[in-house]
Write a protein that binds this ligand. Structure first.
Ligand SMILES: [Zn+2]
Length: 313
């Protein structure tokens, strides 16, 4: 594992970095903005700021497990907490209290961590943000991760799973990119590709976000079945972690899936993205109609079920 340097105590926390903020907040919109499934008049006048409501609830709701709304506008009922430490994983940044998700997500993370532990030099997974106990918008980072079906997996391969709370606050993941994401760097290994292939080959997964250079690297690496590459979506940021998004569990009619990725392996598109990083096209002319600035989402903008989720004991 040449050049894999453990950065130790570094302040640049995952998802507090500028690139992560770009990827997960401002740039998340094109993949994420679909109207909430159900906007009823029940909460039409609820002007409470949704992230202030959901960002301070410490435990899951005592309800049947269900996702309401879309990845970037919704909430979750009956979430499960991923154990802080398991045989093949550790949840990181415990102070954020974001190791919560729908049961299918908790199962998925554990399954993937068992696979990761079979890779040379990997003890399992370091698991980054999932969702808040009741999902919803967050006080910092991430536009999505709202319905208990998203998880960030660290690119840093775990060589021990006995990190203390403090170590889990201070240890940083490592970046896998060079040339602004056009290429992978020397920390990127075959094991990363095997892990992402396993992650994407799971039927529960809708898409996985990773930086463009990594997608092209995997396009060039795969010599067999290429179908899994369809779910690997090049995106801004996502070089300290990759982001797995599960499909809505079967039978949940108030959970909104995204449209599936376009057919095919997506490799030509990823290559175009890389080419544009290396030789940026001229910026489009500035729009003459400035977009109206919008304040933070209020409870009225969430599916009405989220009112019940927030209020449930
Ligand atoms: Zn994420």
């Amino acid at each position: 594992m040449a050049n894999l340097v453990r950065t130790g105590i570094v302040i640049a926390a995952l998802c507090f970095t500028a690139s992560c903020r770009n990827s997960d907040v401002s740039r998340a919109a094109p993949e994420d903005t679909r109207p909430a499934a159900t906007i009823s008049t029940q909460n039409a006048n609820d002007t409470r700021v949704a992230k202030e409501v959901f960002g301070h609830i410490p435990v899951a709701s005592n309800q049947r497990s269900e996702s309401f709304g879309g990845y970037a506008r919704g909430c979750q009922a009956g979430a499960e907490q991923l154990a802080e430490t398991g045989p093949t994983w550790q949840a990181m940044r415990l102070s954020r209290n974001r190791n919560w998700g729908q049961p299918t997500l908790v199962d998925y993370v554990q399954d993937l961590s068992r696979f990761a532990a079979t890779l040379p030099d990997w003890e399992g997974l370091y698991v980054g943000d999932m969702s808040q106990p009741r999902g919803g918008p967050m006080l910092s980072g991430h536009a999505s991760h709202q319905i208990g079906l998203d998880v960030d997996i660290w690119m840093l391969q775990p060589d021990r799973l006995d990190l203390s709370r403090t170590e889990r606050e201070n240890l940083s993941s490592i970046s896998m990119r060079r040339e602004r994401g056009a290429y992978t760097n020397s920390s990127w290994t075959e094991q990363h590709m095997q892990l992402l292939r396993a992650a994407a080959s799971d039927d529960r997964v809708a898409r996985i976000f990773v930086f463009p250079g990594a997608k092209v690297a995997m396009c060039n690496w795969e010599t067999g079945d290429r179908s899994w590459l369809n779910k690997i979506r090049p995106w801004w940021g996502h070089h300290y972690h990759f982001h797995v998004r599960l499909s809505c569990p079967a039978g949940q009619s108030d959970c909104e899936n995204q449209a599936p990725p376009p057919a095919g392996d997506g490799c030509a598109d990823a290559q175009t993205w890389v080419n544009n990083i290396l030789n940026p096209p001229p910026p489009p002319p500035a729009s003459s109609t400035p977009s109206t600035p919008r304040g933070p989402a209020t409870m009225a903008r969430l599916p009405s079920q989220c009112l019940t989720v927030a209020a449930s004991q």
